[in-house]
Design a protein. Structure first.
Ligand code: COA
Length: 191
């Protein structure tokens, strides 16, 4: 992924980053067709575009990521370390939703290898849309862009864990599948 200025368009998006909404015309799934209709409606009345994140987005994403953090005290220093690492690996996908006023939301996804799914799985780590921009289809557009990124990398599925946003993912066709367990490890020292 080119992560400097004006990265290549997302799969399914044109070079100006507007969505190509009819790229899977053979798919007659009624749910997918409804989503495509919503895509077209949304794109026709919105100046928001989805693109890959760049180094120039670091401060805006840092501001949004700080709003998302709940389990850990947010560390700007750690954020900037992680941000540079994310931009430098092909297995991470940082997506930005922006309009002419700036960044409205972001999604961080990763691809990891599995045996059980006969190949890689895309995992949505973080997604956040600015409070004043919610309810306009931006979260959906970010998730669809992640799914296109994942499909291009032969991921068998897209998955995530959530505490507060299950209705959003259910509206996008996700289904409950497992219980999320975790153990906070004792070795984290914040700067
Ligand atoms: C969750 C979040 C990313 C959704 O972004 P958004 O831009 O408001 O979502 P959209 O407008 O694209 O909504 C897409 C669909 O989800 C539904 N939806 C979104 N939020 C919902 C909610 N809280 N409850 C029920 N449905 C919801 C919408 O109604 C819409 O469905 P429709 O197209 O069938 O009408 C946004 O609310 C957010 O940033 N929340 C705070 C951070 C957060 O919780 N992130 C998830 C961590 S796992």
């Amino acid at each position: 992924m080119n992560t400097t200025v004006c990265p290549r368009p997302m799969p399914g998006f044109r070079r100006d980053h507007t969505a190509i909404t009819a790229e899977t015309g053979n798919d007659r799934n009624p749910v997918a067709e409804r989503h495509r209709r919503l895509d077209r409606l949304w794109m026709s009345c919105s100046s928001v575009h989805i693109r890959y994140g760049t180094t120039e987005d670091a401060e805006a994403v840092c501001d949004l990521a700080g709003q998302l953090a709940q389990s850990f005290p947010f560390s700007k220093a750690r954020f900037h370390d992680s941000y540079a690492a994310v931009l430098s690996t092909d297995d991470a996908c940082l997506l930005i939703a922006a309009d002419s006023d700036g960044v409205l939301g972001y999604l961080l996804g990763v691809k990891h290898r599995t045996f059980y799914a006969n190949g890689p799985v895309a995992w949505v780590e973080e997604i956040l849309v600015r409070a004043e921009a919610r309810g306009r289809g931006i979260g959906r557009a970010l998730m669809q862009a992640l799914e296109r990124w994942a499909a291009q990398r032969n991921c068998a599925l897209s998955a995530l864990a959530t505490r507060r946003a299950a209705p959003f993912y259910l509206a996008l066709g996700y289904e409950e599948s497992a219980t999320y367990l975790r153990k906070v490890l004792p070795t984290r020292e914040l700067p």
